[in-house]
Structure formats: C-alpha cells, structure tokens
Design a protein. Structure first.
Length: 277
C-alpha cells in the first residue's frame, strides 16, 4: 500500500458488520514462564478451548488468544520460541473449534512472534500494544516495532493478517511522547499501516474515557475499538463512537480477569450488545 492510498475497513471486511465484540482468551502460564505449573501442555490448551467455547456460545464475533499467564512479561526480543510454538497450537485449535475470526496478542509487544503464530494458525489479525513511537511499560522501555514487523509480515507471506494497534496504551507511562498529542499518536499508527486503532484505560479492567475515545476516533480514518474496561453499564456509550470492543474482565467470574468466563455474564453482555446493533 502506498502512502495516501485508501484502505478498506478491517472490521467490516473481517467480521461482516460494523459493530463487533471480541473476547479475550487469557492463556494459563506457558512453558518457560515463572508461573508455569510443569503439567501437561495439553491441559493449557484444554483450558483455552473451554474459555473460547464459552465466549462463542455467548455470541461474540471474534477472539484474541493472549499469553496473559506469562507474568512478568518479557520484552519482545527475549520472548522464546517455546512461547510462539505453544501459542500457535493453541490458536489453531481455538480457530478450528469456534469458527470465529481469531487474533493473537503476544505479551509484551511481541509483534513478530504474533505474526508468525497468526500465519501458522490461520488467525486473521494481531494486537500490538505499542505499534509506533515508544513508552515506558512494566517491562521497561518498549519501542514500536512497525517497521520490522511489516517487513517480516511481507517476508513470511502474511500480508492478509491485519494489525490492531493500541493508541496511548495502558500499563505504562507516556512521558517519552508527552510533547505530542493523542491525535498525533493515532495518526502515527495509521501512517505506519495499522488497520485498527484501540483505545484503552490505564490498566486491564479500566475503561477509556469518552473524551479520549472521541479524540482518537476524530484523528484517524481507521475503525476504533475500545480494549479495556468494557461492561454492560458503559457499552452503549462506547459503541456510540467505537466500532466495537475487546472485552474479558467483566465477562469473567466475579469480574476478575484471571477467573474463567462466566457464561451467564457473557450471555447477558451480548444481549445488551445485540439491542445496540
């Protein structure tokens, strides 16, 4: 795609509708991570499949498979092949079992690993928390990988895999770019060929403010999703601007991200969304 060339709307192209819900499968700790139990990897896959099925039965439009159990997260260059290998198997199984559009998020900011997993597993998109510029995350200074990631995507023939990129992402400080507006950061992601912009709150479970959501949506031609803090009480307000939501915590037992998906919570949330579409 050349600079200034119009692109399609990745949300409607992938999902066939303009307002969507993407659930997040938070994997248990994978081999190599400090919290890995040492048990059979098949049990990790089985847990992910069970979570994916609960989301699917509730009626979500897509899923992101994420190694959220691998706390504390490594910086991208330190993420090992064992993580990519396990996530590729898990992602492919989730895709086949649910038939939904599937994305991959490798924490922290493992864009190249996510692309390799998506290509191997037949996933449709990746989420990258810092696509352009840089910020100070829990893991330290994290730089945007867009230039390397897009070249790697071309090298492995994964051009069909879309990039969903956060703007002013959660879990970090943005003092490095404090002299630049959120509008500029959103436009940077678009300039570096992201397909979707994501607005978030300060951490998992915290919602983006309506002001920040409107600012990002007004600064870019990309569709915008909200990627944290979405619940039954705010989804109508959010979807009045956003093209959809990425949701997990509020659909889990007791509203806590590390708990399993609560089918009743998930179904109730989707009933609210269906009334909005």
């Amino acid at each position: 795609m050349s600079v200034g060339q119009l692109r399609d709307n990745a949300i409607t192209s992938l999902f066939g509708q303009p307002k969507i819900v993407i659930g997040v499968v938070h994997s248990r700790a994978l081999p190599g991570a400090p919290r890995y139990s040492g048990g059979p990897v098949s049990e990790i896959y089985d847990y992910a499949l069970a979570e994916a099925q609960r989301y699917a039965e509730a009626g979500v439009d897509g899923l992101i498979v994420e190694n959220h159990g691998d706390i504390p997260f490594l910086k991208p260059d330190a993420i090992g092949p064992e993580t990519a290998a396990c996530m590729a198997v898990m992602t492919e199984r989730v895709r086949v079992a649910t038939g939904l559009q599937i994305g991959v998020n490798v924490l922290a900011n493992g864009a190249l690993q996510a692309l390799s997993i998506a290509q191997a597993a037949g996933a449709s998109f990746i989420r990258v928390n810092q696509w352009s510029n840089a910020y100070v995350a829990n893991e330290g200074i994290v730089e945007g990988p867009a230039a390397m990631a897009l070249r790697y995507r071309r090298t492995i023939g994964a051009e069909a895999v879309r990039v969903f990129a956060d703007v002013h992402v959660k879990h970090g400080a943005h003092a490095i770019t404090a002299d630049r507006s959120i509008e500029e950061l959103a436009r940077d992601n678009e300039f570096f060929d992201a397909d979707v912009a994501i607005a978030t709150g300060q951490r998992t479970g915290n919602a983006a403010t309506q002001e920040e959501l409107a600012t990002i949506a007004g600064a870019t031609s990309l569709p915008v999703l909200v990627g944290s803090g979405v619940n039954e009480g705010n989804v109508e307000r959010i979807m009045s601007i956003a093209s959809g939501v990425i949701v997990a915590s509020s659909l889990k037992k007791d509203g806590v991200w590390w708990n399993p998906v609560d089918p009743a919570r998930a179904r109730s949330f989707m009933r609210v969304v269906e009334d909005l579409r």
